[in-house]
Design a protein around this ligand. Sequence first.
Ligand code: AMP
Ligand code: MG
Length: 491
Amino acid sequence: MIEKEKIIETGWNFDNSYADLAESFFTRINPTPVKSPKLIILNSPLAKSLGLNVEALQSNNSVDAFAGNNVPKGSEPIAQAYSGHQFGHFTMLGDGRAVLLGEQITPSGERFDIQLKGSGRTPYSRGGDGRASLGPMLREYIISEAMYGLGIPTTRSLAVITTGESIIRETRLAGAILTRVAASHIRVGTFQYVSKWGTVEKLKSLADYTIQRHFAYIKNDENPYISLLKEVINGQAELIAKWQLVGFVHGVMNTDNMTISGETIDYGPCAFMDAYNLKTVFSSIDLHGRYAYGNQPDIAAWNLARFAETLIPLIHENQDKAVELAKNAVLDFTKLYHNNWMAGMRSKLGLFNEEAQDESLIEDLLSMMEKYSVDYTNTFRALTFDKIEDTALVNKTEFTKWYDLWKRRLGRQQQSKDESHGLMKKSNPSVIPRNHRVEEALEAAVEKGDYSVMERLLNALLKPYSYSPEQEEYSKLPAASTCSYRTFCGT
Ligand code: AMP
Ligand code: MG
């Protein structure tokens, strides 16, 4: 008897609503095929949540789809057009090395962009080769999954393949493609692009599309466009507070790298801070510290002002009135951000209620961390377990005083010690993707083809608040100082 070949459906269920917008918003283009694709890593839990079949995704046909050698059924690939302020300078950009395959509609009816990053040249490539290399794509995979584990809104990574081709940077590197999953890829820069080169009708169509896709509940508001602005401002106030609370430095907060959905996007030169310092910068090109850790909230406000400017023609027919409404909304960012940050910091210190002096209590702790260059994550970890002997602050008289004030402050709330401890455990990760750990994982993967180090790291990063014994090693600091840790853009 001949056994029938078992055909497993992959589960792709594409809609292409972005491709229904005006043609000037994008260019229809297929990914450029590559020589010999090989699947390096597949995110099974994410695949399942998208309604995809993990076994089928590992077939040659699916790996070819991750490589851009074939286009899955139902996909209408496009490269999206956008502009952006890069380090303060306005430029035309667009997907220069990415294509959007379409939007996967999940079994529960959610919609996610599926994008190939590193998929070849497009009309927006300028001088670039349209390609990406293995190290940086695995790095994006690791950090985006770490952010997800930390509960921070983020694009996610479904798969990385190698192309079997080499790309030229400073040296020859293995080419790779990342499959990125996002609530959408609509950026502040997308609005800037349409505002600069499109008509008001086109701008309205983008705003209406965005509202429908991300904020359908404001559709019938009296002024949906000011509501849109406020929603985006709120989302960023929450997001940036979450970054600050875990010590994440994005590194390249250009307006094209700020999403409208409120997800973190574009993991280029980002990294996590070890010792607390507001001036922390990792990116090799950020010479003046524009995107330093401590500047992130101000930069977010600046980017949101650029977003607000694009909406002026939609907000009110009277331009002065529109400007005033937009300006007030942007001015609210600082307060909204601060509220989110204070709420997060109170949780990190086990505080349930609010007292007027809380801010100075928090600031005093941070100043001590900065003054004595102590590790941010591990200081909160030591406080969580009341093991202050684990922090280098333990011998400082100012810390002893602070500790006493904090203990008394805890005593003034109704909640028990156990409840405070529980809140702190949920708010202070023990595991973050420390630079030396990420480098170690990437080196094993890229230099030796050994992916086990990365897999172990990823497992630990998915449960950053579990404090399990096997995760202990990931909270250890690097032997030498990481002051000179440098990250790179456009790799
Ligand atoms: P990023 O710094 O990754 O946010 O990218 C900024 C812009 O440069 C975007 O328009 C990218 O599509 C483009 N870009 C980055 N790397 C390449 C490359 N290798 N080839 C073509 N375009 C690129
Ligand atoms: Mg970008």
